[in-house]
Design a protein. Structure first.
Length: 364
C-alpha cells in the first residue's frame, strides 16, 4: 500500500512507529559497527534469508569531490529481509549519500524483518530503557546472530574512528544486538564516529515496502547530517535535552527527504501530495494536533516554509542545513517567523483530490 493511500487508522498505526523513530533519533549511540574499507561486506551464510545475493553485496568505492581525505569512501549494505534485496539497499545508500553536499566517508545500510506486534505499548524494560515495541521473530536464532554480527563486524573494521570513540564500540554493538534479537521496531542512524555512520531498519510485517523505503531514507538523512543536536551540544555549550524544541525541524527535513527519495526511486513526482495528504488525514483525526506531534505534520510544515520562501528544497535535499549548528537558532520556535508556521501548518486544504496551502496561507 502506498503512503499516498494511508487511511486514518493506518496513519495512527504508523504514527506509533514514527514516535519510536523520533525517540531513537534522540538517543546517543556511542559506537556502532562498520566493516573495513577494503572489505566487500559480510557474506551471508547458507542459513541466511533467500533474498541475499550470493557472496554478499560488495562495497562500492566512490571518489569524493567535496573534501580531501586519507582513504577512499565506502558504501556497504545488506538486507536479511525477503522482498528487499541487498542490492536495493545499497542503491538506496548510494542515492542518499549522493544527494549530500558533505557526506561522511563511510556509510552502511542494514535491513532485517520482524513480525507482528506482541503488545500495544513500548517495552523499555525489554530494551534496557529504549522505547520500542516487541515483535514476533521472522528470522531463526542463527539468522538473528548473522544480523547482529554484520553490524558488529562492520563497526569493528572501521578505520576512521579515534581510540576514544572506539572504546564505545562494544557497548553500542550490544545495544543494537539487543534490538535485533528482541524484535524491536527500531529505525535509527547509529554513528560510531563522525566519518563513519549508518542507517538500520527493522522492517515490520505491517509495513509495505514503500513505507520501509521511506523510513530507510529518513534514517539515512539523519545519519548523513553532520550537525544534529548531539554534535551541536558541545559546540554551543548547551545540553542536548535543552534543545529538544528544535527537533521538529530535524524530523521534518528528514521525513521530507524520505518521501522525496522514495518517490524519486519509483520515478514519481507526486511527493508533495503524499506529504500533505497524510498530514491532512492525521489532522482530521486530531485537529488540535501540535507541530511537535509527529513527522507527518512536521513535513507538511517544510512544504509551507518552502512555499513562503523561508527555506529551500535544495538545501533540505543536500543536507546543508545541518553542515553547521546555525539551524538551532534559525528554527527555534521563538525565532522570527516561526510562530506563523506553528500556527498555520495545519491549514491544509483539499479540492478535487489535490492537497495544498492556499495563497492566503502562504502569503500570511
Amino acid at each position: 500500500m502506498s503512503t499516498e493511500n494511508l487511511q486514518p487508522g493506518t496513519s495512527r498505526q504508523t504514527g506509533k512507529r514514527l514516535l519510536a523513530i523520533w525517540f531513537v533519533g534522540a538517543l546517543t549511540l556511542s559506537g556502532l559497527a562498520a566493516w573495513s574499507s577494503a572489505s566487500t561486506g559480510i557474506a551471508p551464510s547458507a542459513t541466511s534469508t533467500s533474498n541475499q545475493s550470493e557472496g554478499q553485496v560488495e562495497a562500492e568505492v566512490t571518489e569524493s569531490t567535496e573534501k580531501i581525505i586519507d582513504r577512499e569512501p565506502t558504501r556497504v549494505a545488506t538486507s536479511f529481509a525477503e522482498g528487499i534485496t541487498s542490492e536495493e539497499v545499497l542503491e538506496w545508500v548510494n542515492a542518499a549519500s549522493g544527494q549530500m553536499l558533505n557526506p561522511p566517508t563511510d556509510f552502511m545500510g542494514l535491513v532485517w524483518p520482524i513480525g507482528r506486534e506482541l503488545d500495544d505499548e513500548p517495552d523499555p524494560q525489554v530494551f534496557d530503557g529504549d522505547p520500542f515495541l516487541e515483535h514476533s521473530d521472522v528470522l531463526t536464532e542463527a539468522q538473528l546472530d548473522e544480523v547482529a554480527d554484520y553490524f558488529r563486524n562492520w563497526q569493528a573494521g572501521l578505520q576512521g574512528c579515534d581510540p576514544e570513540e572506539a572504546r564505545g564500540f562494544d557497548e553500542g554493538a550490544a545495544r543494537v544486538e539487543r534490538w535485533i534479537k528482541g524484535g524491536a521496531n527500531v529505525a535509527t542512524a547509529p554513528d560510531p564516529c563522525f566519518e563513519s555512520r549508518s542507517a538500520i531498519v527493522a522492517w515490520s510485517a505491517d509495513q509495505d515496502k514503500q513505507t520501509a523505503k521511506q523510513v530507510f531514507f529518513h534514517e539515512s538523512y539523519h545519519g548523513l547530517s553532520n550537525y544534529l543536536l548531539r554534535q551541536c551540544s558541545p559546540v554551543l555549550g548547551r545540553q542536548e535535552n535543552d534543545m529538544n524544541d528544535v527537533r521538529w525541524f530535524a524530523e521534518g527535513t528528514a521525513d521530507y527527504f524520505g518521501v522525496y527519495m522514495a518517490a524519486k526511486d519509483d520515478g514519481r513526482e507526486n511527493y508533495v501530495q503524499t506529504m500533505l495528504k497524510r498530514a491532512y488525514l492525521d489532522l482530521r483525526g486530531d485537529p488540535g494536533m501540535p507541530l511537535e506531534a509527529n513527522a507527518y505534520v512536521q513535513t507538511a510544515a517544510m512544504v509551507l516554509m518552502i512555499e513562503r520562501g523561508m527555506i529551500t528544497e535544495e538545501q533540505i535535499l543536500n543536507g546543508s542545513y545541518f553542515n553547521n549548528c546555525d539551524w538551532i537558532t534559525t528554527f527555534d520556535p521563538g525565532a522570527p517567523g516561526m510562530d506563523y508556521i506553528f500556527e498555520s501548518f495545519n491549514k491544509i486544504e483539499v479540492s478535487d483530490g489535490n492537497y495544498f496551502y492556499s495563497e492566503a496561507t502562504i502569503a500570511g
